[in-house]
Design a protein around this ligand. Structure first.
Ligand code: FES
Length: 111
């Protein structure tokens, strides 16, 4: 019997906490739990719409590679703990915030 370790990832400002399997991306964790995180390129590090700001657990993430850094340079509301959710693999409990720009896109997309 294989037990898969999971960690808790909390998405702000939704205040939703979900279980994410170790090694899965933050984006997988969101999408598997009906959290509508933008992912225009489909999770291949070719956009910056999956940008999240890591509030807790940043040190547990593998450092961003050059490609991710380049993509993040284009992200609005960039912070020192910004990551692309599709590139950030979960290895500990995390708290991440969806930046205001992306929240607006989600709600304004219906107009
Ligand atoms: S979904 Fe495009 S970079 Fe993450």
């Amino acid at each position: 019997m294989t037990e898969h370790k999971t960690f808790k990832v909390t998405f702000l400002p939704l205040g939703r906490t979900v279980e994410v399997r170790e090694g899965h991306s933050v984006l997988d964790g969101a999408l598997n739990n009906d959290i509508d995180l933008d992912h225009a390129c489909g999770g291949v590090c070719a956009c910056s719409t999956c940008h999240v700001i890591v509030k807790e657990g940043f040190a547990s993430l593998a450092p961003a590679d050059e490609k991710e850094e380049d993509m993040l340079d284009n992200a609005p509301f960039l912070t020192r703990t910004s990551r692309l959710a599709c590139q950030a693999e979960v290895h500990a409990d995390l708290v991440v915030e969806i930046p205001p720009m992306n929240r607006n896109l989600v709600s304004e997309g219906k107009h």
